[in-house]
Design a protein around this ligand. Sequence first.
Ligand code: FMN
Length: 173
Amino acid sequence: MKLVVAITGASGVVLGQKFVDYLPEDVEAHVVVSDNALTVEHFENKRVTLHNAQNIAASISSGSFRVDATAIIPCSMNTLAKIACGISDNLPTRVAAVALKEQKKLLLAPRELPFSAIALENMHKLASLGVIIAPPVMGYYAKHQSLEEMERFIIGKWYDVLGIPNDLYNRWK
Ligand SMILES: Cc1cc2nc3c(=O)[nH]c(=O)nc-3n(C[C@H](O)[C@H](O)[C@H](O)COP(=O)(O)O)c2cc1C
């Protein structure tokens, strides 16, 4: 599987980092970090291809590169708004535009509290186009004992919708 992961400048950048860290080895991961997320060092020695957020000529900016899925974790309200309006002025917004035009899986993890009506309208518009809107929502029914467990649960749910096999959390029986 070829996967693009974009990390934008919302709170919860660590969730995007861990999303990449837990990926199975057979996933070809392309990572792009927005200038406002400032977490590039984390990926420098990892088995991922790291792209510059301003490199609009990167392989992943073309539909012909044919990725299977794209995830933006976390997704700032700024990036969300640009995607909803069809703006692609950096690599994170471009990969989202590509996923939309190629009708590939696109998962956004918007992070804000509370959401404005504008953000909700943007999410609704994108959801109606088939985009998976999956904010980092905690699941108390699983009785997690630590933040790490809670994060693994959320990342496992994201993997599930993207079709990435995982045992990051205990499933409801
Ligand atoms: C400490 C800090 C926390 C932020 N948290 C959020 C957040 O949770 N959600 C959000 O949408 N924007 C947040 N922002 C604002 C974004 O970083 C800002 O809108 C930025 O322009 C996003 O750029 P990008 O979408 O290109 O990454 C935060 C900014 C700072 C400095």
